[in-house]
Design a protein around this ligand. Structure first.
Ligand SMILES: Cc1ncc(COP(=O)(O)O)c(C=O)c1O
Length: 375
């Protein structure tokens, strides 16, 4: 038993199922349920009056905790409902007049590229860097795509399709070398992979509750580097970006001086609370310890799959792999169903069954998944 196995009792799903799908949705914990009930009880007992002395503070607490998990301050964090909305607001703040190009890769989650594809009628060009091996994208290829007409490099920390971890420092350096900025979708990394946003050199970064931060749907953050907070003004916005939002003045926007200027509307409080519950666990354990255990479980799963003769799509070096394991399959949907029939929950993407262990899994879970997948 590994040192974090004791947390498994906090995740009731394991009483019924073997859950190996955290890269789609982190498992629900009793702590998260308790936190959600706290919010519902306040709603019940006090209605809107809870905003002033409790809920407002809960949102600020979450900004602080999101900041801490990536080594940022709360002033660099805006709350959002999804990666799509966070990216859309960021995209609205950039000037494409002299730099109409946005560079992304074939392996990134497409909602990021969509924000700029939607701006094609306004002259924005999206350049998609291909992956030669279907697993990674060489940083040299990204660097070659960036030029003096590039506004932004927009890519992932961990690719959702392959689990490969990208070198953010090298990518942000490549962007900055040509005067472009760097935006990172870290939805598949924050929580499972340690990340210091300052050392990474990136300008913008988004991640959130759905997967590795154990907070469920509807709550993400956008990090903006200090210097850019002051320089950029969004053109997609809302009253939660207005410093004097309770003045209700329709004549003028007074932007928050910090990253809150990138927010839009009223946060989903239920999601803020579920994320606070998830973050309690992440903070208690610490991301480096989560990474240690999760990496061991991932390598254990890989060895078992290889021993059973499965072909895997993954980065060559273990240090570049995260806890997303792609197993080649002629009929992945059938494989997922077969596993589900045996109480093992995994997922699929085109051509692959996708299995993702986390710190609350055990080697026995891996063994069961491999047994039923190979049957
Ligand atoms: C890397 C990555 N980015 C973004 C998303 C989803 O974005 P949104 O919050 O807009 O649904 C996912 C998956 O849900 C993802 O894996």
């Amino acid at each position: 038993m590994h040192p974090l196995a004791k947390y498994r009792v906090e995740f009731p799903i394991f009483q019924q199922k073997i859950y190996l799908n955290s890269c789609s949705l982190g498992a629900l914990s009793t702590r998260v349920r308790r936190k959600l009930n706290e919010m519902l009880d306040l709603w019940d007992a006090r209605g809107a009056s809870a905003w002033y002395d409790v809920w407002w503070g809960a949102c600020e607490q979450l900004r602080q905790w999101y900041g801490e998990v990536i080594g940022a301050s709360s002033g660099q964090i805006a709350l959002h409902a999804s990666v799509s909305t966070a990216t859309a607001v960021l995209a609205s703040a950039l000037d494409y007049t002299k730099r109409p190009k946005v560079v992304t890769t074939a392996l990134d989650f497409p909602t990021v590229a969509y924000q700029w594809l939607a701006k094609r009628p306004a002259g924005v060009e999206v350049v998609v860097v291909e992956s030669p091996d279907g697993v990674t994208v060489p940083v040299e290829a990204i660097a070659r795509a960036v030029d003096e007409r590039t506004a932004l490099v927009a890519t992932s920390h961990v690719f959702f399709t392959t689990g490969a971890i990208q070198d953010l420092r090298a990518i942000s350096d490549a962007a900055h070398a040509k005067g472009a900025l760097c935006f990172v979708d870290a939805y598949q990394s924050v929580g499972q992979i340690p990340l210091e946003v300052g050392a990474s050199g990136v300008d913008f970064l988004t991640a959130g509750g759905l997967k590795w931060l154990l907070g469920g749907t509807g709550i993400v953050f956008l990090y903006v580097r200090d210097e850019l907070v002051k320089k950029l003004t969004p053109t997609v916005t809302g009253w939660f970006a207005h410093e004097h939002q309770f003045a209700f003045d329709p004549r003028e926007i007074v932007w928050y001086a910090d990253a809150k200027r990138f927010q839009q509307g009223t946060p989903a409080l239920a999601a803020v609370y579920t994320q606070l519950g998830g973050m309690e666990i992440i903070r208690e354990i610490g991301v480096p310890r989560i990474r240690d255990v999760t990496q061991q479980l991932t390598e254990d799963l890989i060895s078992r799959l290889q021993a059973a003769g499965h072909e895997l799509r993954m980065a060559q070096r273990p240090a570049d792999r995260s806890a997303i394991v792609m197993v080649s399959s002629a009929d992945p949907a059938a494989g997922v169903k077969r596993l589900a029939d045996h109480g093992v929950i995994v997922d699929y993407r085109p051509g692959h069954v996708r299995i993702s262990p986390y710190f609350y899994n055990l080697a026995e879970d891996n063994a069961a998944a491999v047994q039923f997948l190979s049957a």
